[in-house]
Design a protein around this ligand. Structure first.
Ligand SMILES: Cc1cc2nc3c(=O)[nH]c(=O)nc-3n(C[C@H](O)[C@H](O)[C@H](O)COP(=O)(O)OP(=O)(O)OC[C@H]3O[C@@H](n4cnc5c(N)ncnc54)[C@H](O)[C@@H]3O)c2cc1C
Length: 389
């Protein structure tokens, strides 16, 4: 059997899947090589927050373009991505109030439905929240959360219907370069050939890049989440909240559950093949303590389950998107804990870059690999200095 394609994509997470979908829309045959099963990396563990609130304009633009997909999934992709519109609230401590106001202004200039609201407004939106430790918040009524597996599955299902191929249980072990240009890869299922190879390997992206001699400054970031059975008094759903004061975020999950994640205690540099069936020791106790601070009635809830996951983390905590290393080699990695919500637009931009030579949907130049050696790291003008979902 000859395994030839126009483009080989290493990694069957939401990013590899989105790229395969957008290439297929352009009539380009991609083969996705996944060492386990689709969504088995960061994507399957993702908290799935879909919001546009970033402190960096290019990221907000990617999230806003991606939102069109989540909000119109059936028409734009097909099937269901599990998007639930719950509204999103960003709470910040007093020292970041001016940053919040400036960021909301930036979002509004892009066209994102984002508003400054008072603590009293937040109380009206979610009466069970404690609101006495902040004055203003940002509110995005259209935002919510989606499902990592469903998103990936639907991108790939549609891509395969248009000619893409998915090969699971297929680990890439080497990347072949001839005369300064990639020619394909070696895998546990044989050789695959293509003039273009894309590294969409999530927290495993650095060793993959090393196969072509490229040092990608992407570390690993571990992140645990807990699910709590919420008391009925909270109701059938609640908004997604990033709570900077308590260094925590939470969102509703099906089955009357609430997912909680923490900003602190996320180890950097661990082996991404580490144990993730359960959260690290002590995480649940800390998460319970935090959620009760913001929602005291959660004391009547019950811990349902918990687990961990890994993502790739770059020095400026922003993605790496674009060509790097030998001709035909591309990076779509280093998503730094926030890559799910931007995956539709990033896949569209990458397909444009590979096929047309330039991304038109959103300007992805700020995310170029060379920014690290140029010392041009990305930083929000009004940063909150944290990594969030
Ligand atoms: C716990 C957690 C919560 C998160 N919450 C959010 C959130 O709320 N909102 C948000 O926007 N983002 C969130 N993120 C981040 C987001 O989930 C990731 O940025 C995104 O899923 C990355 O997708 P990916 O396709 O780049 O990588 P992955 O999903 O990790 O996919 C990479 C794939 O590559 C495969 N692979 C690795 N090596 C090889 C090889 N040698 N050969 C073949 N295949 C290989 C892996 O098996 C894997 O399936 C979260 C991340 C974690 C871990």
């Amino acid at each position: 059997m000859t395994n030839t394609a126009d483009v080989l994509i290493i990694g069957g997470g939401c990013h590899g899947a989105s790229l395969a979908f957008h290439l297929a829309q352009k009539g380009v045959r991609a083969t996705v090589l996944e060492r386990k099963t689709i969504g088995s990396g960061a994507t399957g563990r993702s908290s799935g927050l879909v919001r546009m609130h970033y402190d960096l304009e290019p990221e907000s633009r990617l999230a806003w373009e991606s939102f069109r997909y989540f909000n119109n999934w059936r028409e734009m992709v097909g099937g269901d991505c599990g998007f639930e519109r719950t509204g999103f609230i960003q709470i910040v401590s007093e020292k970041y109030v001016e940053h919040l106001k400036n960021n909301v202004k930036m979002h509004q200039e892009i066209g994102i439905p984002s508003f400054l609201v008072t603590a009293a407004d937040v109380k009206r939106l979610a009466p069970y929240l404690v609101v006495d430790d902040f004055e203003v918040a940002a509110y995005e009524p259209e935002s919510g959360h989606a499902d990592g597996y469903a998103t990936t599955n639907m991108f790939l299902t549609q891509a395969c219907e248009k000619g893409a191929k998915l090969v699971q249980d297929c680990e890439v072990t080497a990347i072949n370069v001839v005369g300064g240009r990639v020619s394909g890869v070696n895998t546990t299922q044989g050789v695959f050939s293509a003039p273009v190879v894309v590294n969409a390997a999530g927290p495993w992206a650095a060793p993959i890049a090393k196969m072509v001699g490229l040092d990608v400054p992407a570390d690993t970031w571990r992140h645990d989440t807990m699910f709590i059975k919420r008391p009925a008094v909270i109701g059938p759903s609640h908004p997604v909240v990033i709570d900077d004061v308590n260094e925590m975020y939470f969102r509703p999950e099906t089955g009357g559950l609430t997912l909680v994640g923490l900003e602190d205690g996320n180890p950097i540099g661990d082996d991404p093949d580490g144990f993730t069936d359960k959260a690290q020791a002590g995480f649940v106790e800390r998460a319970v303590e935090r959620i009760i601070k913001r929602i005291p009635v959660m004391l009547q809830g019950a811990v349902h389950s918990h687990h961990g996951g890994y993502d790739g983390l770059t020095p400026d905590q922003r993605a790496i998107i674009g060509q790097a290393g030998p001709e035909g080699f591309y990076l779509q990695c280093g998503m730094s804990g926030t890559g799910f919500k931007i995956s539709p637009a990033v896949g569209a931009c990458m397909a444009e870059l590979i096929v047309d030579g330039e991304a038109k949907t959103v300007d992805i130049a700020p995310f170029r690999f060379s920014r690290f050696e140029e010392g041009d790291l990305l930083k929000g003008e009004h940063s909150y200095e944290s990594i969030w979902g």
